[in-house]
Design a protein around this ligand. Structure first.
Ligand SMILES: Nc1ncnc2c1ncn2[C@@H]1O[C@H](COP(=O)(O)OP(=O)(O)O)[C@@H](O)[C@H]1O
Ligand SMILES: [Mg+2]
Length: 325
């Protein structure tokens, strides 16, 4: 097979996202692969098609993406179809159980509905930066085969000072119309304390409207609010969500898990993990991923094949220095 299931899915996804360049780049990969496999006629025909596409007038006009927010919505949120899965993530048992629970209820929503029950559909994710809140929203979208809409609340508030509530209404209209995962990131931007210096009144109004919209939101979509600063939010807010999930910095064994996953495609047989574990400190999942990538680049650029304990420890130390600096 010159074209694999993954190529095919990637093509459809690029098309849905209106990503022409990405679409043709996957198509070129398929052609190259066919050529390597000796399927020369197919490879040549495909290449010819791809090249002729570049000269078609249609290629100069951008394809209108099917789901990309248009008109007034365009400045409010962005959409994508994430590729990440929950199994790629390092999560505590509590967080994983809660996320799986959401998936189970969402997948059996029709059965719950027969009994007048709604699935969990309003989530609050809280915890330090880089612990996987955004990635979890993406993974939920992927597992449920739904698009992910992201609304950056801090941007929304500063951009539409005075009319944020009206903009939020537009967003929640979409929540009702288009089944998807809606990630309201930087949710603490609605906390009065964060805006103490600025316009407290505006933040309060926006928070109140958000909570009203949330209360009446359609259970067909998944509304996910995420915050790095739960202390800026009133505790009473938690009650407004069906599920509250607390993310934590990884402990040593979770940290090693993150490093190993990121380096899975490289040779790590020589690594002394117990020594590495001593350097993981207070680094977040995101920072550990970066350290693993730095170590990997170091090894690749030195024309070596094996990840060494020293390379990893140095990369971790460097990350922690950045963290403290
Ligand atoms: N729990 C996790 N497991 C594996 N990788 C993670 C995890 N959390 C974060 N990462 C890595 O860090 C990146 C940024 O994480 P993100 O989800 O944006 O963090 P947050 O939204 O909590 O600030 C992710 O794209 C991923 O590469
Ligand atoms: Mg995030």
């Amino acid at each position: 097979m010159a074209i694999t299931a993954d190529h095919f899915k990637a093509l459809v996804r690029r098309h849905m996202e209106g990503d022409d360049q990405g679409f043709y780049s996957v198509a070129r990969q398929v052609a190259a692969r066919a050529a390597r496999e000796g399927k020369n006629i197919f490879a040549a025909e495909l290449k010819e098609l791809i090249e002729s596409a570049g000269t078609q007038p249609a290629a100069q006009l951008r394809t209108v993406p099917i789901q990309q927010p248009r008109g007034e919505l365009a400045g409010l949120m962005s959409v994508n179809y994430p590729d990440v899965t929950l199994s790629m993530m390092t999560l505590t048992r509590d967080v994983r159980t809660k996320l799986e629970r959401v998936l189970t209820e969402q997948r059996t929503a029709h059965r719950l509905a027969e009994h007048g029950l709604d699935p969990i559909y309003r989530l609050l994710l809280m915890g330090p930066p880089g612990t996987g809140k955004s990635m979890s929203a993406a993974a939920l979208a992927h597992e449920l085969k739904l698009p992910l809409f992201t609304i950056q609340l801090d941007v929304l508030i500063s951009k539409y000072m005075g009319e944020t509530a009206a903009k939020l209404r537009l967003v929640f209209d979409t929540v009702a119309e288009t089944r998807a995962v809606y990630l309201f990131d930087e949710f603490d931007a609605l906390g009065a304390e964060r805006t103490a210096g600025n316009d407290v009144g505006e933040a309060r109004r926006v928070l109140n409207s958000f909570l009203q919209f949330l209360e009446h939101a359609a259970p067909t979509s998944l509304v996910v609010a995420a915050t790095n600063h739960p202390q800026l939010l009133d505790k009473a807010l938690n009650r407004r969500f069906d599920q509250v999930i607390a993310y934590e910095l990884p402990d040593r064994s979770a940290a090693i898990d993150v490093l190993k996953s990121r380096l899975a495609q490289l040779d790590t047989r020589g690594v002394k993990w117990s020594e590495v574990a001593e350097q993981t400190g207070e680094l977040s999942h995101a920072e550990l991923v970066r350290a693993a990538e730095a170590a990997a680049k170091h090894v690749v650029l030195a024309n070596r094949k094996r990840i060494t304990t020293t390379a990893l420890m140095n990369a971790l130390r460097e990350r922690r220095r950045l963290d403290n600096g």
